[in-house]
Design a protein around this ligand. Structure first.
Ligand SMILES: O=C(O)CCC(=O)C(=O)O
Length: 299
């Protein structure tokens, strides 16, 4: 099989991204972060009106196309310079604000992001840029290192039986907390399992995300209406068509290329343990503990 094109200019960061499924980088100065924050304050009311029961809401949930286009323009004005400096072989998707409310019930459980490209040929990823410092009590990301390589997964909208669901609490205890200072961001493969910690600061935690994927890859979106896995609609998309998903998640402008049928089979504990055994992110001690004893991390 032909190797996927690198997306990082730095070979060292590419290697880390391939191995871990994410990389943390300091890409922005305070002025850039301030611009993103200042613009957020002008669209905050629309975002807060879109708050959902998971307490994590994005610009897409406002259902307001004009607002999405305006946000995308401002975000790209601020971030594209550093994207050009640090990445190669990429196509740009759309950007959004992602807001985590404050409160005890705001932990985001492990999940993977939507599928955008054929991941045997390339990858898709987010630049996740928090607009304030993040740590364990202010909504930092947590990642299961290397989990993008456990097995290929079809990740469809608006929801589907996630194959790792039964292992969710074990996975939660195996994740690495990734704290960030202002100006640092996380480049996160959409296939890596991740979540985020509670935000207990009393203030919303705001981040900007910009989606990117390997150049030359077709961009696909999978829509499973009525939860029917035998009739999943597969669309060929252009990046700006993501503005038009609306609140149902059904694209109004993508090209429907086929209907597919898929079995969302749960990953068995034995198969997951096999991955732990061979994955090199765990020490021998951690492996023994995860395979034979409890699930809590030692650090
Ligand atoms: O911003 C967060 O708290 C979580 C982000 C996330 O999980 C995602 O972008 O998929």
């Amino acid at each position: 099989m032909k190797e996927a094109l690198p997306v990082f200019k730095s070979a060292k960061l590419q290697k880390q991204f391939d191995e871990d499924g994410f990389v943390k980088m300091k890409l922005f100065d305070e002025q850039a972060i301030k611009k993103l924050r200042d613009f957020y304050s002008t669209v905050q009311a629309e975002h807060e009106a879109a708050i959902n029961e998971e307490s994590l809401y994005s610009s897409v949930e406002t259902g307001n196309r004009e607002l999405l286009v305006a946000i995308d323009k401002v975000v790209k004005e601020v971030v594209m310079g550093v994207v050009e400096e640090n990445f190669i072989n990429y196509q740009v998707l759309i950007s959004n604000y992602l807001v985590k409310a404050s409160g005890d019930g705001t932990e985001l459980f492990p999940h993977q992001d939507l599928l955008f490209v054929d991941e045997s040929k390339g990858c898709s990823f987010n630049l996740w840029v928090p607009l304030q410092k993040t740590d364990k009590s202010s909504g930092n990301l947590r990642v299961l290192k290397g989990s993008h390589k456990i097995q290929p997964t079809l990740r469809v909208s608006p929801r589907y039986p996630w194959p790792f669901n039964d292992l969710s609490s074990k996975i939660r205890g195996m994740c690495t907390e990734v704290e960030t200072e202002v100006g640092e961001c996380i480049i996160l493969n959409h296939a890596v399992i991740h979540g985020s910690s509670k935000n207990l600061t009393g203030e919303p935690r705001v981040a900007v995300i910009l989606g990117l994927c390997t150049s030359g890859c077709d961009i696909h979106y999978h829509f499973m209406p009525d939860g029917n896995p035998d009739r999943i609609e597969k669309y060929l998309m252009e990046p700006d068509m993501y503005y038009d998903l609306g609140l149902t998640g059904k694209p109004s402008r993508g090209k429907l290329v086929e209907y597919i049928s898929h079995k969302f089979e749960p990953v068995k504990e034995e198969a997951f343990k096999k991955w732990i055994k061979k994955d090199n992110h765990f020490s021998l001690w951690d492996k023994a503990r995860l395979l034979y004893f409890d699930t809590k991390k030692s650090n």
